[in-house]
Design a binder for this molecule. Structure first.
Ligand code: ADE
Length: 225
């Protein structure tokens, strides 16, 4: 899966691409991340990408031409029909959305900054607008990294044990159940007996019950769905 990322801050991605599952996915050629600084596509010497909003208000707006020109450049090698713009106005990111995109060959991602991006970019180029949650980040980069990470771990061969992804929170519409590892007892705190029983049916039932309990307590909306 290839991600072409349009960003004004490519350096933000460097350590992200060098650690953990994302680094492994890149090494295995399961994903490729290409960073495009759309400041390189301005018409002006100053390389300024933003300007004052028409109609007068506080903040700056990203101009259309560097984005249109950068996308034209990307499209020379990436024919993806998906161009995702990360913005608080987008639909909330869910595991279902991640699963849909994780099977795509190519995705183009646009990270905004400042106030917003010129609406003409959104009208013409953007195919999907996604939000990380009901709060405002300084830019779309962190949201893009969350999205790429979530897609990377679903690529075949990236996780050691695909069962691990299948038992993640949200895979069955519920939050995940609790996990324990050795030792059996730590400072008086014991691992639940059932997990040591070797009885897989009982363990499965316990996990389902715990997942339901946690979901009921923390995210009743998921059960209503
Ligand atoms: N850019 C700024 N805030 C954001 C958010 N909440 N989600 C996605 N992109 C953003």
């Amino acid at each position: 899966m290839k991600f072409d990322v349009l960003t004004l801050f490519p350096a933000m991605f460097h350590s992200f691409m060098e650690a953990s599952i994302v680094a492994k996915a890149i090494k295995q050629n399961a994903i490729e991340i290409s960073l495009v600084d759309f400041r390189d596509f301005t018409f002006v010497k100053s390389r300024q990408v933003d300007d004052y909003p028409y109609g007068g208000e506080a903040g700056m707006v990203i101009k259309p031409e560097p984005v249109f020109r950068a996308v034209e450049f990307i499209r020379e090698t990436n024919t993806s029909s998906h161009l995702i713009y990360f913005t608080p106005q987008g639909r909330p990111l869910t595991q279902e959305i991640v699963r849909e995109y994780a099977v795509c060959e190519n995705v183009i991602i646009l990270c905004g900054h400042y106030k917003e991006i010129d609406q003409r970019v959104r009208d013409v180029l953007v195919t999907d607008e996604i939000s990380l949650g009901d709060y405002v980040l300084s830019g779309g980069e962190l949201a893009a990294m969350c999205f790429i990470d979530a897609c990377a771990r679903l690529q075949p061969g990236v996780l050691k044990d695909i069962e691990s992804a299948n038992s993640d929170s949200f895979e069955d519409g519920l939050l995940g159940y609790p996990h324990y590892t050795r030792p059996e007892e730590y400072e008086g705190m014991k691992v639940p007996e059932v997990l040591l029983s070797g009885n897989h049916k009982k363990i499965e039932a316990w996990r389902k019950e715990k997942a339901l309990e946690i979901t009921r307590e923390r995210r009743r909306d998921l059960l209503d769905e």
